[in-house]
Design a protein around this ligand. Structure first.
Ligand code: FE2
Ligand code: FE2
Length: 542
């Protein structure tokens, strides 16, 4: 009998994990991973083991959303203790690397007093010898830069920490990933393989191209028990074929958060890919099933976990022609190179663009524009707003850019001219800087200082200044975490009185009063844009 041809089910969830924790961008580079291991994961695990009740009640408290509390159904002390003990046993090198970073900071604070740093190299902790350069800024503040390419080639980068957990998803709610590890509940399939494994491409290709069980089993190297588990995530039902845009203009579709797919007859571009799986829900949305078989350019705006999602990127890797990221790689601990992270994850096609640099393609171009703020005043270069020109239409994807220096947009406007459509997030509350960067800081930061340095986007006045500067004809504010299927990376719940909602409502009203098309997006949206010569825009909302 011939074996059936099978597809990957549209609700098969594939989570990339690092030792059981959801793989976001700071868990892959060794130095930031080491700091998060000791200063985030071990602390949360210890606290949970000591008092699971505190965590259970904290996750029900809306005031504490996104806090360091594990969100489990039932008591998981035994499982968490196992995870902690295994981590302490197996990740000694990373634990040592983390304390070496702390010691190096201390050394620089004590002895980097403005005199030559050369004599300090001998005192750099052993674990970091040869992996750092000691530097001053021009005000004699000492610091160090990490030589990242060497660290990835060192004993500190262990692919054995990486795995993919395959399970079924049927509803939106997922625990917040920075605080809750993923425990194997028995029904999931653990694929113990590095993220760069080509076998993962074979698996994810099965969303649209069928394969037999024996073939995929062989590629993934599964034993009989795991092959039987894998079978539960496969189906004989073929997905509906994708109908691509074939007009003379362009079509964009909003997939949620900052994720937008733009297609012309010749090119497809996807920004900050963060996709929902396909399952029954009251909120209609585009999902993985609504993507073209080839994506020419993926654009990443910045290195926050709601904008660069490895879970989505790995599943799309085989169909991405180019992935465009803001140039960085200066070696600051808080700013790991995205190109290197992506290279380690098996992406061979990463293009870095520095501020104002551009790539051109047929009837269009992509240009990296400066993106200020939203990073707690830390020196982070991995940020770009993307100006996309497609068939004569100028779209500006500003993401979380905070307009703290409006003159900058004046300078940019002189270069690029007007913008037809602006896409912008307005999370103007913003978490304190330590929410993401706290584990990297080795001395106590005063609460008041921390709370003054927020990961905040533009408010009404700041966003309005962008709209006015570029004479935007259309303005779209992102949903900013209101899409319930993104709770696991966003962890915010707004009411009508929340500042981001109030401020974005004001922006929408302001725009409408000026005759500008404007709305705050939610769930899904489709817009058809005319070709460069046509006169009017045809719209179809959902
Ligand atoms: Fe952000
Ligand atoms: Fe964001």
């Amino acid at each position: 009998m011939t074996e059936p041809e099978l597809y990957l089910r549209p609700n098969a969830m594939a989570e990339p994990l690092i030792d059981g924790w959801y793989a976001w961008a700071h868990l892959i580079p060794p130095a930031t991973a080491a700091r998060n291991l000791t200063q985030r994961h071990l602390k949360i695990m210890d606290s949970y083991i000591e008092s699971p009740e505190t965590h259970a009640s904290a996750v029900k408290n809306p005031q504490l959303l996104g806090g360091p509390f594990m969100d489990f159904e039932g008591n998981k002390v035994q499982e968490v203790r196992q995870l902690r003990d295994r981590t302490l046993r197996e990740r000694k090198k990373l634990l040592d690397l983390s304390s070496a970073i702390e010691k190096l900071d201390q050394l620089l604070r004590e002895k980097g007093t403005g005199f030559s740093l050369e004599s300090l190299y001998a005192e750099v902790p052993n674990e970091l010898q040869g992996y750092v350069e000691l530097v001053y800024d021009l005000n004699n503040h000492p610091s160090f830069r990490v030589i990242e390419p060497l660290l990835y080639r060192s004993e500190y980068y262990e692919e054995s920490m990486q795995s993919i957990m395959l399970s079924e998803i049927s509803r939106d709610d997922r625990p917040f990933v920075l605080s809750t590890p993923r425990l194997d509940e028995g029904e999931a399939l653990q694929l113990e393989m590095p993220f760069s494994s080509p076998a993962l491409d074979d698996l994810f290709r099965m969303k649209v191209a069928s394969m037999t069980l024996s073939k995929i089993r062989e590629k993934l190297n599964l034993d009989e028990k795991d092959a039987a588990k894998l079978r539960t995530f496969l189906t004989t039902e073929a997905p509906k074929p994708y109908s691509r845009y074939e007009g003379d203009g362009a079509r964009w579709r909003y997939f949620g958060h900052a994720c937008i797919l733009l297609e012309t007859g010749g090119v497809s571009v996807l920004t900050d890919p963060v996709l929902s799986y396909t399952y029954e829900s009251d909120i209609s949305r585009y999902t993985y099933d609504d993507l073209p078989p080839v994506i020419d350019y993926v654009l990443i705006t910045h290195n926050h976990q709601d904008h660069i999602l490895f879970e989505t990127l790995l599943q799309l890797r085989h169909r991405i022609r180019n992935i465009v990221v803001p140039r960085n790689g200066g070696g600051s601990l808080q700013d790991p190179s995205l190109r290197l992270v992506l290279n380690q994850c098996g992406f061979k096609n990463v293009i870095e663009l520095a501020e104002m640099e551009e790539i051109r393609f047929e009837k269009g171009s992509v240009q990296a524009l400066p993106f200020l703020g939203e990073h707690g005043d830390l020196n982070v270069m991995t940020k770009a707003a993307w100006k996309l020109n497609a068939n004569g239409q100028n779209l500006l994807f500003a993401a979380d850019s905070c307009n703290i220096s409006p003159k900058m947009y004046g300078h940019i406007h002189r270069e690029i001219g007007d913008v037809d459509a602006l896409f912008v997030g307005m999370e103007c509350n913003g978490a304190p800087m330590s929410w993401i960067y706290g584990p990297l800081i080795t001395q106590r930061i005063e609460r008041q200082k921390d709370h003054s340095r927020r990961l905040a986007g533009s408010d009404f006045e700041r966003a309005k200044a962008i709209v006015d500067q570029f004479h935007c004809k259309e303005v779209y504010v992102y949903a900013m975490g209101q899409e319930p299927w993104l709770n696991y990376v966003m962890s915010v719940k707004y009411t009508e009185a929340s500042k981001p909602i109030v401020e974005s409502n004001r922006l929408v009203e302001y725009c409408k009063s000026q005759g500008i098309v404007a709305e705050r997006l939610f769930g899904e949206k489709e817009i058809l844009l005319p070709s460069a010569n046509a006169e009017c825009t045809v719209r179809r909302g959902h």
